[in-house]
Write a protein that binds this ligand. Structure first.
Ligand SMILES: O=P(O)(O)OC[C@H]1O[C@H](OP(=O)(O)OP(=O)(O)O)[C@H](O)[C@@H]1O
Ligand code: HPA
Length: 189
């Protein structure tokens, strides 16, 4: 993250709301119903791995909505970043924290804010598979609409679609700011 950073207020002035808080809440509830169907008959709770930092608000909402559906989850987290507070991603994914729970034979649900070019999820999913996970599913609050997504990766559960612009809010940052906004905003180019 380079300083001084661009101001969040100025970014908000040149942004549009793409999904408001109510729309996001409805999408999370609907996703939770689908995800619950996937796991409710399992003897062991899925390992619910939040991809920090961006995945945190969505993961919290989704976990509670799964609880409402009567489905328990075991919490874990990882931190892998390739944007590092910037608005375009680097080639290298930096692992800042790996899950400490053994993944062997576990069903894993990876939970993140956005699937954009997919490089982060591709690497994280492969790592989980290499650890011997029984199966790895991906839930994201939003998928960005473009044709630059890495081959071989897609989300199993998607809340909302966002346009091909830099988006922030609901976990997603604008230069490490704005993650705690309840709506999702897109910068006008
Ligand atoms: O599909 P991709 O193009 O790979 O981008 C998606 C990833 O980028 C963001 O993380 P970031 O690297 O910004 O780390 P952060 O969550 O700590 O901000 C976001 O939270 C996803 O994990
Ligand atoms: O558009 C985005 N916004 C915030 N974080 C992101 N990580 C990948 N794409 C984005």
């Amino acid at each position: 993250m380079s300083y001084p950073r661009p101001a969040l207020n100025e970014a908000l002035e040149r942004s549009d709301v793409v999904h408001d808080a109510n729309t996001i809440a409805d999408a999370v509830k609907e996703m939770a119903a689908h995800i619950a169907d996937e796991y409710r008959d399992d003897v062991q709770a899925p390992l619910f791995i939040t991809v920090m930092n961006g995945g945190m608000p969505f993961a919290a909402d989704l976990a509670m909505a799964l609880g409402d559906e009567g489905v328990d989850v075991e919490f874990e987290y990882l931190h892998a970043t390739r944007y590092r507070g910037e608005t375009s991603g680097g080639a290298r994914l930096a692992w800042l924290h790996r899950p400490q729970t053994a993944l062997r034979d576990r069903r894993v649900l990876l939970v993140d804010d956005i699937l954009d070019e997919g490089h982060t999820m591709l690497a994280v999913k492969r790592w989980c598979e290499d650890q011997g996970a029984a199966d790895v599913r991906i839930a994201v609050a939003a998928v960005k609409l473009h044709d630059r997504c890495a081959e071989g990766i897609e989300a199993d559960f998607v809340g909302l679609e966002v346009p091909d612009a830099y988006v922030f809010g609901y976990g997603m940052d604008y230069h490490e700011q704005g993650r705690n906004l309840r709506a999702i905003y897109a910068l006008r180019n």
